[in-house]
Design a protein. Structure first.
Length: 162
């Protein structure tokens, strides 16, 4: 498999500092840590280890990884394994992906009142899905579902949605 020409780490190494400067007020400590971990991942800054081929004894020095759970490079194998493991758990039925996003004004309130606002979001999500599914014009059934809170968007800015 060919290495992608550009990786998330490359983008963060080039633009991360400027991004942090421009968005200093809105980035949490956790977000800064993730960015830093990805920037340093598989560089000399994290150290090295020696890999050796079992057959020919060829050796090469490799950079250590950050092992951050948000790092796309470090978690790609774990993510692939998780997906494979979940495949066996799927029921033979149709699945739908539905997203409930908070308006920007409420998202700002959620940043300071996470527990209250996210409880409201999940309650509204649950009531909406159950009401629509129970309506005979739609499905006329009692459904099962699970919801996951995502608080960051792809741009690493606050974007609460379930």
């Amino acid at each position: 498999m060919d290495r992608p020409r550009l990786e998330v780490a490359d983008v963060l190494r080039r633009y991360g500092e400027a991004y942090r400067d421009q968005h200093a007020a809105s980035l949490s400590t956790a977000q800064r840590r993730v960015m830093s971990a990805i920037e340093l991942c598989r560089t000399a800054a994290l150290g090295t280890h020696l890999e050796q081929c079992d057959h020919c004894r060829y050796e090469r020095t490799c950079y250590d990884s950050c092992r951050n759970r948000h790092c796309p490079k470090c978690q790609s194998l774990a993510r692939a394994q998780w997906i494979e493991d979940r495949q066996s758990e799927l029921l033979d039925t149709e699945y739908f992906h539905v997203v409930f996003t908070l308006p920007e004004e409420i998202a700002a309130i959620a940043y300071q009142n996470k527990e209250v606002v996210y409880n409201i979001l999940f309650r509204a999500t649950s009531e909406t899905l159950r009401t629509i599914a129970a309506d005979p014009k739609h499905l006329g059934a009692e459904i099962g579902f699970f919801a996951v809170l995502h608080s960051w968007g792809q741009n690493l800015l606050l974007n609460p949605h379930s």
